[in-house]
Design a protein around this ligand. Sequence first.
Ligand code: GLA
Length: 428
Amino acid sequence: MSETPGGREAGGADGLERLIDDTARRFGARFGREPVWVASAPGRVNLIGEHTDYNAGFVLPMAIDRWCVCVAASATSGKSLLVAADIDRSVEVSLADLVVRRHAAAAELPAWAKYLAGAMVERLHGLGAESGGRGVAVPELDVLAVSTVPVGGGLSSSAAIETAGAVLIEAVLGAEAVGESAGSRNAGADATAADAVRLARALDCQRAEHRWAGVPCGLMDQLASSFGQAGHGLLIDCRDNTIERVPLPSPDRAVVLVVNSGVRHALASGEYAKRRAVCRGAAAALGVRTLREIDTGAWGALDAEQIRCVRHVVSENARVLRAVEALRADDLEAVGRLMVESHNSLRDDYRVSCAELDAIVEMAAATPGVFGARMTGGGFGGCAVVLATPEAYETLSRTLPDGYRARTGRACEIGTVRASDGVSGGLL
Ligand code: GLA
């Protein structure tokens, strides 16, 4: 399967190679010279554990074979030119100036550039660039970005852009500035150092999203884009950001499908922030720092909305852990049931689904060979994720688009995604 929701060809490692070649070619056509550095960061699909990350809970995302690829060379004009080739937009910025002004300058940037410039600048700060560029020399770069992660689809197109931007900066500054490996002969110590870099990078990217783009997201997406591993989901404990890699079933037994509802979600629109505020208020009313500290019991101090939200978070955390146990026991029926329970909880208690996502989940779950389905990501539109046998995928790709159109009047796109490695970057 090589169609993405979003309609572009993409999947698999060879898909990434092709995408990098194509991006480098477009850079050459635009700038009349070869790019020097590259960074490729994946989107993610969340298998289960929704709206739990900012409540210090559990999530189980996987990085997918859809990427944002950025290529770059040193600027020749003394200023940086950032090009979003997919939408044919560009913006000229001075990174040296942005490093000083930081997100105070965000309002001057078009929406797409807030993610890219924001992440590049926050990463420069994370690596020690101070006002005026002391410590780390601030480069000026010509950058061209393309992405096969559908925008507004709930597959973390924003985290993919941020992570690619951050790793592009790392590639330009070089391994020594990043401290990826202290050059030790101890593989364990190097792995720990690499994980520390990944976590610091994810936090820098999250800062870009909070401060530059104005979305108060959790850390799941940025962690998934950095830590992803082919064939694995990532069980993340968002209390301390520890990550366990959980093997996923082989594709001949079960495939992960993504169905794009065609309804664009906009987390910046306020509903996401509202849910965060309700959770914060509920935790304060219960006298705890985060909802992770709550289990079933007396929630008498809460109003009806808070009770619904807390019930979702507490039950969702338990579902993530049960899903991981079921995956380890190869009990895909149980995983699927938990996915459907998760969806129902997001629909009825957390209230972040929509009629279109409900329709997809209902139709998919009723199809023989489908283990389970649920909305994925922030909600209010975007994608559903489905776990199904390869045969059920064939059936769904024949029947779901017509059924969906009959019920909603809309077109949906359906495709498989593979659990992929996290971001990579360096010299081209
Ligand atoms: C968005 C955010 C994540 C997470 C999900 C909901 O994707 O970026 O941090 O909160 O919504 O699970």
